[in-house]
Design a protein around this ligand. Structure first.
Ligand SMILES: CC(C)(COP(=O)(O)OP(=O)(O)OC[C@H]1O[C@@H](n2cnc3c(N)ncnc32)[C@H](O)[C@@H]1OP(=O)(O)O)[C@@H](O)C(=O)NCCC(=O)NCCS
Length: 403
C-alpha cells in the first residue's frame, strides 16, 4: 500500500540531474557523466516519485513498436529506468509508479507494456509475465566446422568504421525487426544507447567492430587474451542481423574463422540456428534466461493484434487487480489466424491472471506449462492445450536489445 505522503508526476529537463542521481544510486552506480539510459527518455512519459519535496523514485516509458506473432507491429510501452533511492524502499514507491504507468499506457492506447527485470521477484505482482521472450547465452569455440549440408557463399565480408556501417545497419535492422517476434523499432537515440561505446560501457573489452555482408551485419567487441599456447581472444557478439539465411551462415563462418580468436559468445534467440549448423552441437554451450517481461495492458485490444497458429474458441476468465478494465470473462475466438475478443457472461473454460497471459502472449511460454505450474486453471478439458497450440509462433520470440 502506498504511503499517503508520496506524490508522482512527470519531470522537466531541469530535474534530469536529480533524476539521474536517484536512478544511479538505486543501481548502486555513479551518477557521474552522461548516463546512456537518460539520453533516450521522453520527458512527458518520465515520472518521479516524491516523498514531500525529495525525489525518491524514477521510471520512464519509451514509445516503441513491438513485433508480435504474424509480423504485426504493436504499440508498446517499454518501461525503463525504474529505481527507488536506498533507504526509501518497500514503502510503495515502485507500486505507485507501476500503477501510474499502466494507467498512462492505457490512456495512450498502448495495449502492451514490456520491460527487462533486474530481479525475478519484482514484476509479476504488477501483471508482467516472465519469459515472454527468452535469451540464449551461447559460448562456443572458434574454428568448428559446419555440418556438410551447410554451404558458405564466397561473399566478401568487410570490416568498416561505425560511420560507414550506420546507414546500412539502420536500413537492414528496420526491415528485419518487422519480421521477428519480440524485436523493437529504434529511434535515433535508441541506436546511440544500443551502440554506446563510452569506456564505462565496454566492461574492459574493445570498442565495437562493425562487419558488413551485403545482406546483414555483425557488431562485436573483443576481450583480449593470449599466452604461449595460442590466442584465446574472445569475440562478444552484440548484434547479428541478417535479411537472408545465407548471410547468417556467412557471418557466423566469418566469426568462427577469425584469426586470433578463440571463442565466441552471443546472447541470442532460443532457436538460434548455430546449434544445428555446426557438426558437433554439444560444443555450443547454452544457458537460457528470461528476456522480455510482457504486460497485457488492454486484453480486448492486445489479443486480436497478433496472429494465431490454429483455430480455437474459449472463454478466458482474466484476473487483473491493477487494470480493472481487463478483469472478467472474454470469449476468445481465433479462426484462420485472426482473433476476435468479446465480453461474455458464459462460463469460463480457462482462468488465469494477466501475468500468465503476458508470458504466453508472444508464444515464448506455453499456457500448458503455466497450467502445470498452477498459474492457469482449466475448467473445460482440452482448452489449455488448444490455446497453447494457437499461441505458438513460427519462431521463438527474442528481443535483441536491453532498454
Ligand atoms: C525494485 C525497486 C524499484 C522496488 O521499489 P520499492 O519502492 O521498494 O517497491 P514497493 O515498496 O512498491 O514494493 C512492492 C512490492 O514488491 C516487493 N518488492 C520490491 N522490491 C523487490 C525485490 N527486489 N524483490 C522481491 N520483491 C520486491 C515488495 O516487498 C512489495 O511486496 P508486497 O506487495 O507483497 O508488499 C527498488 O527495490 C529498487 O530500486 N531496486 C534497485 C534497482 C532495481 O532493481 N530497479 C528495477 C529495474 S528493472
Amino acid at each position: 500500500m502506498a504511503d499517503s505522503s508520496l506524490t508522482i508526476r512527470t519531470i522537466d529537463s531541469t530535474e534530469l540531474p536529480e533524476f539521474h542521481q536517484v536512478f544511479a544510486w538505486s543501481f548502486l552506480d555513479e551518477p557521474s557523466g552522461e548516463h546512456r539510459w537518460l539520453k533516450v527518455l521522453e520527458l512527458e512519459r518520465t515520472h518521479a516519485v516524491f516523498d514531500g519535496d525529495e525525489m525518491v523514485g524514477t521510471g520512464g516509458i519509451l514509445t516503441r513498436e513491438l513485433t508480435v506473432p504474424g509480423g504485426v507491429q504493436a504499440h508498446a510501452g517499454a518501461v525503463t529506468v525504474v529505481g527507488v533511492k536506498p533507504g526509501h524502499r518497500r514503502r510503495g514507491m515502485a507500486s505507485l509508479l507501476m500503477r501510474t504507468q499502466l494507467h498512462s499506457m492505457h490512456e495512450a492506447g498502448e495495449p502492451i507494456g514490456i520491460l527487462w527485470a533486474s530481479e525475478g521477484g519484482i514484476y509479476r505482482r504488477f501483471g508482467y509475465g516472465e519469459y515472454a521472450s527468452s535469451v540464449s547465452m551461447l559460448t562456443m569455440p572458434t574454428r568448428m566446422p559446419f555440418h556438410p549440408g551447410v554451404s558458405v557463399s564466397p561473399t566478401r565480408i568487410r570490416q568498416v568504421t561505425r560511420e560507414e556501417a550506420m546507414p546500412f545497419m539502420r536500413e537492414v535492422h528496420d526491415r528485419v525487426r518487422r519480421t521477428r517476434t519480440g524485436w523493437l523499432s529504434r529511434v535515433e537515440k535508441s541506436w546511440e544507447v544500443h551502440l554506446s561505446d563510452a569506456e564505462r560501457d565496454r566492461g574492459g573489452l574493445t570498442s565495437y567492430r562493425y562487419c558488413l555482408h551485403p545482406e546483414g551485419y555483425v557488431v562485436f567487441r573483443v576481450k583480449h587474451d593470449g599466452d604461449n599456447g595460442g590466442p584465446k581472444n574472445e569475440l562478444h557478439v552484440h548484434e547479428l542481423v541478417c535479411e537472408t539465411e545465407q548471410a547468417y551462415v556467412d557471418l557466423y563462418r566469418f566469426l568462427l574463422d577469425l584469426d586470433l580468436a578463440g571463442s565466441i559468445s552471443f546472447f541470442t534467440a532460443a532457436d538460434d540456428p548455430i546449434l544445428h549448423m555446426v557438426d558437433n552441437p554439444r560444443k555450443v554451450r547454452r544457458e537460457l534466461t528470461d528476456g522480455l517481461w510482457l504486460r497485457v495492458v488492454d486484453v480486448e485490444k492486445a489479443l486480436p493484434l497478433r496472429r494465431y497458429s490454429s483455430d480455437v474458441d474459449s472463454v478466458l476468465e482474466v484476473e487483473d487487480s491493477l487494470c480493472p478494465w481487463n478483469s472478467g470473462r472474454w470469449r476468445f475466438t481465433a479462426k484462420g489466424g485472426e482473433a476476435v475478443v468479446t465480453r461474455t457472461e458464459d462460463p469460463a473454460d480457462v482462468s488465469l491472471d494477466v501475468a500468465a497471459l503476458g508470458s504466453a502472449y508472444l508464444g515464448g511460454t506455453r499456457l500448458s506449462a503455466l497450467r502445470r505450474a498452477h498459474r492457469v486453471v482449466e475448467h473445460t478439458a482440452g482448452h489449455v492445450d488448444a490455446l497453447s497450440l494457437a499461441f505458438l509462433g513460427t519462431h521463438e520470440p527474442h528481443c535483441p536489445e536491453v532498454f
